[in-house]
Design a protein around this ligand. Structure first.
Ligand code: PEP
Length: 252
């Protein structure tokens, strides 16, 4: 059985009480677990520091974005070639990047392609906003994000898809287990129909949006749920390690 992923997305933040305190209190709690694979995606600036501090731990290190070109005149951007020295994961197409930085599905597909070519595991974020949800467009939106986002790869072995409904992110109200279960089914179905059975078996699907120590049990025990992407709660060392430890206990 694959371990459950618990990926921290720190966004443009550092944890409460600082990175050193976070790692000191969290690493002993989350290293070498039997059923959970933790990962941390800090702001770029802290990637080399975490790379050193996480050495000898089993915690994965990831970035929150990349540029699809290998190098060149792209001021302010960072390539997979540069990231791969330190990282094994990269978040791509987060809703904040789509909404605030106008990333398109086409650009996202190029990023997924580049990450895959550089042996980085992409975490493709998909999800509908509140208006789309109210208009019953959730399945349509997520399907089209998947079809275009994944259109340039044929190796799905390492891919992770994160279902992150925009209305749940940072709201304190996670999607209901029923909503999550239905969308996980849709995502698996689209991947099977569009890209073949093999890809559906190798792709891991996780949920993100107001995950906390209080709701993790209901989310992680859903069928075919491979893990969670955690924003706000991952900045608090106690919450983050409680989420990880809860999963380890439940799965046991
Ligand atoms: C996210 O934005 O990826 C996320 C999961 O955020 P939060 O947990 O804060 O809703």
């Amino acid at each position: 059985m694959d371990k459950k992923l618990v990926i921290a997305n720190w966004k443009m933040n550092i944890p409460n009480e600082g990175i050193d305190h976070f790692l000191k209190s969290v690493i002993p709690e989350i290293t070498d677990l039997q059923y959970v694979q933790p990962g941390i995606c800090p702001p770029y600036l802290f990637i080399p520091k975490l790379f050193e501090l996480l050495d000898n731990s089993s915690v994965l290190l990831g970035a929150q974005n990349l540029h699809y070109e290998d190098n060149g005149a792209f001021t302010g951007e960072i390539s997979a070639q540069l990231l791969k020295t330190y990282c094994s994961l990269v978040i791509i197409g987060h809703s904040e990047r789509r909404r605030l930085f106008h990333e398109t599905d086409e650009e996202i597909s190029r990023k997924i392609q580049t990450a895959t070519q550089c042996n980085l595991t992409p975490i493709l974020c998909v999800g509908e906003n509140i208006t789309e949800r109210k208009n019953n467009l959730s399945n349509k939106i997520v399907t089209s994000q998947l079809i275009t986002g994944l259109s340039k790869i044929n190796n799905f072995n390492k891919l992770i898809v994160a279902y992150e409904p925009l209305w749940a992110i940072g709201s304190g109200n996670a999607a209901t287990p029923n909503d999550i279960e239905l969308m996980v089914k849709v995502i698996r179905q689209v991947i099977t129909e569009r890209f073949g059975i093999e890809s559906q078996n190798s792709v891991r699907i996780i949920y993100g949006g107001s995950v906390s120590e209080n709701n993790i049990t209901k989310i992680i025990t859903l069928p075919n749920m491979d893990g969670v992407l955690v924003g706000n709660a991952s900045l608090d060392p106690l919450q983050y390690s409680n989420i990880v430890k809860n999963i380890e206990t439940i799965i046991t």
